[in-house]
Design a protein around this ligand. Structure first.
Ligand code: PMP
Ligand code: GLN
Length: 399
């Protein structure tokens, strides 16, 4: 039989699914895949349930129900001072995952170049390649993940169509500074390029850091596609409701991509998310404060085990350098090992690289109940305790 699509056939099952399955198989505490272990706001969930019962269960409008498009436009004004036309400049999608694909489809012709920043979220590269476009990778380095400005400038050229920017960033927790965004904006203008901004963690920022959408910088309103996710903003990751904000000429083409991907998104969920986006200020403020406390709790526990925890200012995630533990294997082996032997799952950071990855970094999700974080640390401590500084189980496993 003829071969199937070569790019997809060569794509591995996502690390998040692999590690969650391994966690289930070993009854491990799952600090791998990023999802909260408590439900989102009750009023939003109740609104989704009620919306199922009032006869609006047929196809909603292609670009999203009017209530949600209006709510996305209002949220843009409320949080960032952006004036957005809800009818012409908002497209609702089935999750940010679809939004990312739809935006890239809207932009790219085969042979176009896209600047991607490593470490990178796992759907970016396969989609760019499936569209026949060419990725130009720029790498950030630990521990501070600063933007290497010369390398970024060198990645731009006459064929550059776009940059795909993720801030706040998964897996590093980096929040791009105004200065860094200014550099990116300058390059976009110089090279007449666009930006797809994956801002799913826009409200999950800590330590007084502020998320600045690239779209708010001078000259960027017409060049940027800004993506949000109800999954992250309302701790309802299974809902898969995303939203794109873009200038009308771009949004119109994003809508055509959406028309060919899913066409519409469940109307009851859209209506509930509209209600959520109108929630009071304190709801959004509490998201970051609450997560920061969880981050500190997990970080303290991991540092107590001898890991070096890197600074994280946004998202669900922290990265730990586990080299001091002396584990005789790479990050992937380490994550498998702790899932199977210690009963705690995490994600190897090498999964976020296309090129040769670092080998000592592990991503832990801290969007879990405090007692679950404590239990995870206790399990790791018990596992590593028998040989301080050296994981005895690891050495046994490596024999
Ligand atoms: N982008 C990033 C950086 C993510 O971490 C995720 C994970 N959920 C997504 C996009 C996808 O969001 P959604 O669940 O809304 O599709
Ligand atoms: N965004 C989530 C993470 O980084 C995973 C989402 C998924 O499994 N596709 O953990």
């Amino acid at each position: 039989m003829k071969a199937l699509n070569s790019l997809l056939a060569a794509t591995e099952t996502t690390i998040f699914t692999v590690m969650s399955a391994l966690a289930t198989a070993h009854d491990a505490i799952n600090l791998g895949q990023g999802f909260p272990d408590t439900d989102g706001p009750e009023d939003v969930i109740a609104a989704a349930a009620a919306a199922l019962m009032d006869q609006r269960n047929q196809y909603p409008p292609l670009a999203g129900v009017p209530e949600l498009r209006a709510a996305v436009a209002s949220a843009n004004r409320r949080f960032y001072g952006l004036e957005v036309d809800p009818l012409r400049e908002v497209v609702v999608t089935s999750g940010a995952t679809e939004a990312i694909t739809a935006c890239l489809m809207a932009l790219l012709d085969p042979g176009d170049e896209v600047v991607l920043i490593e470490p990178l979220y796992d759907t970016y590269l396969p989609v760019v390649r499936l569209l026949g476009a060419v990725a130009r990778l720029v790498r950030l380095s630990p521990p501070d993940w600063a933007l290497p400005r010369d390398e970024l400038a060198a990645a731009f050229g006459p064929r550059t169509k776009a940059i795909l920017l993720n801030s706040p960033m998964n897996p590093t927790g980096k929040v791009f500074s105004a200065d860094e965004l200014g550099v990116i904006a300058g390059l976009l203008q110089r090279h007449d390029a666009y930006a797809v901004c994956d801002e799913v963690y826009e409200h999950l920022v800590f330590d007084g850091y502020r998320h600045i959408p690239l779209m708010t910088l001078p000259g960027m309103r017409e060049r940027v596609m800004r993506i949000g996710s109800a999954g992250k903003t309302f701790s309802l990751t299974g809902w898969k409701v995303g939203y794109v904000t873009a200038a009308a000429p771009i949004a119109g083409i994003v809508a055509k991509a959406h028309q060919n991907l899913t066409f519409t998104t469940p109307p009851n969920l859209q209506r509930a998310v509209a209600l959520g986006l109108a929630k009071e200020e304190s709801y959004f403020a509490s998201l970051g404060a609450d997560l920061a406390a969880r981050r500190d709790r997990l970080a303290a526990g991991l540092m107590g085990l001898g890991m070096r925890v890197l600074a994280t200012h946004g998202s669900y995630f922290l990265i730990a350098d586990v080299s001091a533990l002396g584990f005789p294997g790479d990050d992937t082996a380490f994550c498998r090992h702790i899932t199977e032997q210690a009963g705690v799952a995490a994600i190897p950071v090498s999964a976020f690289y296309a090129g040769p990855p670092p080998k000592d970094y592990v991503r832990f999700a801290f969007c879990k109940r405090p007692e679950v974080l404590d239990a995870a640390v206790a399990r790791l401590a018990a596992h590593f305790a028998t040989a301080p500084g050296l994981p005895r189980g690891a050495l046994t496993a490596a024999k």
